[in-house]
Design a protein around this ligand. Structure first.
Ligand SMILES: [Zn+2]
Length: 105
């Protein structure tokens, strides 16, 4: 999907339509092995046999999401006048999201 770098949108703070810059939000890194649940799961997997809640999930559950090629996009817009950020909701999943200077209609 192609999105423009700047869009004219309504700003609830300025209460008028102003120029906004578009930002793609990337998912933050997950902390590894520090949370209580993660430590509990590591403890639970020690030894042999079935570990109940902490056992390996079935294959179809582990591989879920691996085969998907598209992802949902998290877009934010920043008002150029008041520098406030707002969420810009876009429906659907997309393979690739890229910025273009202007979209021809
Ligand atoms: Zn504003």
């Amino acid at each position: 999907m192609k999105i423009p770098r700047t869009v004219k949108k309504y700003c609830p703070v300025c209460k008028t339509h102003t120029e906004h810059t578009v930002i793609i939000v990337k998912p933050s890194k997950q902390r590894t092995g520090l949370s209580w649940g993660a430590r509990k799961a590591r403890e639970g997997k020690k030894g042999k046999g079935n570990h109940g809640k902490y056992s390996k999930r079935p294959l179809n559950q582990r591989k879920r999401g691996v085969f998907k090629v598209s992802k949902g996009v998290d877009l934010r817009v920043e008002c150029m006048q008041c520098r406030r950020k707002h969420v810009w909701r876009i429906e659907g999943r997309y393979k690739k999201v890229e910025f273009v200077s202007a979209i021809r209609k």
